[in-house]
Ligand binder design. Structure first.
Ligand SMILES: Cc1ncc(COP(=O)(O)O)c(C=O)c1O
Length: 420
């Protein structure tokens, strides 16, 4: 059997595959494992009950049920959700968008596969066009989506030291340049893995850079406003014809429905629709059917503000308090938790790499994600920091979170003390 070069790329060595396999194996093993690793959101009772109710109403309504389960939707997805999104985003933010600005996808991971390959890769003139990630660490799910040549390029951030064992990354605008071979720029905001939220000044600067160079700025808003709005402070997402805003139903608690949202100028939306048609005929309609009434009424914003956001805020505060107090006598520092569902621990000069720490913690039944995975576009850069951090999910119930953090804290302390 001979695979194509494209086929060969999908080997067992893919980082994202190894981690997803690892998580699944651990979750299904008989051993008790503290899962502080994956990006799975919490199942919050108050929120899940609302989705359950919606599903029941959908099942009881023959016409809607038939439409949701018995039809292919358009290549850009189910119009019931598209129209509700247009209404909500125009009402909340005054974006002035219409149907033609929205495409749904089978999860936002799928949207990134489309978008990155639309803007990165070989051009018709044979030159390689790249996607610029202005700052790494960045979401590991971007790493392997390039069909053909790898095309990400990224930059180290600057590091602001903050009081009380905290730090924050900033975009290093002295380093970030948009050369002729750049086809698009992309940032996640809030950022997976670090919980960073780029400041308004940074995002405006990036927007200007993108416009000046005639490349789109892709903003991965999987954790941002208006839903799930997992942010410590208020952020108002900006959109203009040069922005490609990506959203998802996953972090509101519906990762299994696999629904992503792309808001962009019509030319880009049509391309995403064409890719949907080739890969899926149309994106799945069940998630959009469940969510459309909640978007239409605005209830999804209330759910986000009253349940989802406060839950993650209190989880992140707990983790921050525990880690910074217990590790205060070590060089370890925590990225200031500003959003998303993770905290990011930096352990300068730790005697072992984060990968080895991950393996050791796994033996103690705690699963986290080592930092080596989060530097797409910076692979060849031998920066020690890349091997000195851990991403820790705060989505688990408090007692599990604390139990896992205690095991991490003990291991890190022993390593710094030279006892491990
Ligand atoms: C920043 C970010 N973007 C995109 C995704 C993909 O999400 P989904 O495909 O579930 O919509 C994730 C998932 O964890 C993420 O953290």
């Amino acid at each position: 059997m001979k695979f194509s070069a494209f086929g060969e790329r999908f080997g067992d060595q893919l980082g994202v595959l190894q981690l997803m396999d690892d998580f699944a194996a651990l979750a299904n093993s008989n051993e008790r494992t503290l899962m502080l690793g994956g990006g799975n959101p919490a199942c919050l009772d108050e929120v899940m009950e609302v989705y359950q109710q919606q599903l029941q109403e959908l099942s009881n309504d023959k016409a809607r049920f038939n439409a949701a389960f018995g039809n292919y939707d358009t290549p850009v997805g189910r119009m019931e959700l598209v129209d509700a999104l247009v209404k909500l985003l125009n009402r909340e933010y005054g974006w002035g968008i219409g149907r033609e600005h929205v495409a749904l996808t089978n999860g936002s991971q799928n949207a990134f596969f489309c978008l990155f390959n639309l803007f990165g890769g070989r051009r018709n003139d044979g030159e390689l066009q790249r996607v610029l990630l202005p700052m790494a660490p960045e979401y590991m799910g971007y790493t392997d989506v390039a069909v053909g040549d790898r095309f990400f390029t990224s930059h180290r951030p600057t590091i602001e030291e903050l009081p009380n064992g905290l730090f924050k990354y900033h975009v290093d605008f002295d380093a970030v340049t948009v050369s002729e071979d750049i086809g698009a720029m992309c940032v996640s905001r809030p950022t997976n893995p670090t919980g960073n939220v780029l400041t308004d000044t940074e995002i405006n600067h990036l927007d200007q850079l993108a416009q000046d160079n005639n490349v789109p700025l892709i903003v991965d808003n999987a954790y941002g406003a208006p839903f799930p709005d997992i942010t410590a402070g208020n952020i108002t997402p900006n959109w203009n014809e040069n922005t490609v805003m990506c959203m998802s139903l996953s972090k509101i608690g519906l990762p299994a429905v696999r629904t992503g949202i792309v808001i962009a100028r019509p030319e880009i939306v049509r391309k995403v629709g064409a890719m949907n048609a080739v890969m899926n005929l149309s994106p799945g309609g069940i998630g959009p059917s469940i969510l459309a009434p909640l978007v239409d009424s605005g209830e999804i914003i209330t759910l986000s503000r009253e349940h989802i956001r406060p839950f993650y805020k209190s989880q992140a505060e707990l983790a921050q308090q525990h880690l910074t107090t217990e590790l205060a006598d070590t060089p370890a520092r925590l990225h200031r938790p500003e959003g998303a569902i993770f905290v990011w621990l930096w352990m300068p000069d730790l005697p072992i790499d984060a990968n080895e720490l991950y393996q050791r913690l796994k033996k103690k039944h705690v699963v986290v994600v080592p930092s080596e995975n989060f530097f797409p576009g910076l692979e060849s850069d031998d920066w020690r920091h890349k091997r000195e951090c851990l991403r820790i999910s705060v989505a688990q119930p408090k007692e599990i979170l604390i139990e896992g953090l205690d095991i991490i804290i003990n291991e890190v302390k022993s390593l710094y003390a030279g006892n491990a």
